[in-house]
Design a protein around this ligand. Structure first.
Ligand SMILES: Cc1cc2nc3c(=O)[nH]c(=O)nc-3n(C[C@H](O)[C@H](O)[C@H](O)COP(=O)(O)OP(=O)(O)OC[C@H]3O[C@@H](n4cnc5c(N)ncnc54)[C@H](O)[C@@H]3O)c2cc1C
Length: 340
């Protein structure tokens, strides 16, 4: 299989040259790119880029978090774990060589370090280690913060950055502790294990990234143990697709205002506002499509919508009618949405 390098005509994608391919585990690979000179490619630990790759003549766009840390690594790196039967992750694991060019849209995302000098307590599962590894390294090497990491994997062989994490722990003894949770020997992570790893009384900030059920367990355990939502930072790589409206309301039309153009579109049940905009031929902004990054946010100025997932907007924004359109389903007969 050999494709890609077709340049998307727009959307700010630029070619990134692969300078190194590092096999991390049997099913994960790191790709190191020549750091682009463009200032838009400066990034913060925890952010991601969107890749556009062509496979079998079709364009696919996927997000990948930087596993490199901006203040510590000269070049931008992502780490991709194979998804069973996944199109892009398998292609990136098998078909990319040094010297290839992949097209990327600039870094974005809100899963970044806050300005508080609090301890960083991180929970990562599987490929969710990528942004967390960057955050932890940045915290330890560029601030006075302490850090703790619980890293869950199905088995020992799938632990990414195992050696690097051990070295980090040795170098920052007393400031950093990593606990590997291995499902094969420890079972699936439980609420009690989350609580014992992260005592609630601690004045810490919590970062969670991993498979949906893992994130749900950690989030629920921390919230029910009294951690306030403002101290939780979540990055979802996927969200479960669900459900149409629950109260029987039938949405007939969605009006969308974007780039000084207003279009009214018929609504197809089950579609998000973003999908509706696309079906109407609008180039609505989007990126992660999991409700994490906020790129697709727009304001509902008439009617109503509910979000399947929202890790990007705070309560005030939601109260003002802002939604992440990739996760928003209309809940009124008509809805009017205005993009920034
Ligand atoms: C903000 C963000 C950051 C991310 N960072 C990383 C990262 O650092 N590292 C990383 O590895 N990943 C990361 N991801 C996930 C990544 O973007 C991709 O989602 C992942 O690589 C899978 O893509 P894929 O093309 O291989 O799989 P896809 O082809 O999209 O398939 C995904 C899964 O769905 C299943 N599937 C597909 N179609 C169907 C169907 N019709 N019916 C049933 N099942 C189906 C596939 O079998 C597969 O298991 C991130 C995602 C986001 C949103």
């Amino acid at each position: 299989m050999r494709d890609s390098a077709t340049t998307p005509a727009d959307d700010g994608f630029v070619p990134l040259r692969v300078r190194q391919v590092v096999r991390e585990t049997a099913d994960a690979v790191s790709l190191v790119f020549d750091q682009p000179a463009a200032p838009e490619f400066r990034y913060l630990s925890g952010q991601f880029i969107t890749l556009s790759v062509w496979i079998g003549g079709t364009e696919h766009r996927r997000c990948y978090s930087m596993s490199s840390a901006p203040a510590l690594d000269e070049h931008l790196q992502i780490t991709v774990k194979r998804d069973r039967d996944g199109v892009v992750s398998n292609w990136l694991n098998t078909s990319v060589s040094v010297g290839d060019e992949l097209h990327a849209a600039p870094p974005q995302g809100r899963f970044v370090m806050s300005s508080h000098a609090r301890e960083l307590v991180a929970f990562a599962g599987g490929s969710g280690i990528t942004p967390v590894y960057s955050l932890v390294r940045s915290a330890l090497e560029t601030t006075d913060r302490n850090a703790r990491l619980l890293y869950a994997n199905r088995n020992r062989d799938s632990v990414i950055f195992a050696q690097n994490l051990t070295e980090l722990q040795e170098r920052h003894a007393g400031r950093f502790a990593v606990h590997h949770h291995i499902d094969d020997q420890d079972g699936i992570l439980t609420t009690a294990q989350v609580e014992s790893f992260a005592p609630v009384s601690s004045d810490a900030e919590f970062y969670i990234c991993g498979p949906g059920p893992f994130m749900d367990t950690v989030e629920k355990a921390l919230l029910s143990a009294g951690v306030s939502a403002e101290r939780l930072h979540l990055e979802r790589f996927t969200v479960g697709q669900s459900a149409s409206q629950s109260d029987g309301t039938v949405t007939e039309a969605v009006t969308i205002e974007l780039n000084r153009r207003t279009v009214t579109l018929p609504y197809r049940a089950g579609n998000t506002l973003l999908q509706t905009a696309r079906l109407g031929g609008l180039k609505a902004p989007s990126s992660c499509e999991t409700g994490s990054c906020g790129t697709c946010m727009a304001q509902v100025v008439e009617g109503s919508a509910r979000m399947l997932n929202n890790d990007a907007l705070d309560e005030d924004e939601v109260a003002e009618g802002w939604v992440v359109t990739c996760q928003a389903l209309p809940t009124s007969r008509t809805v009017t949405v205005v993009y920034e």
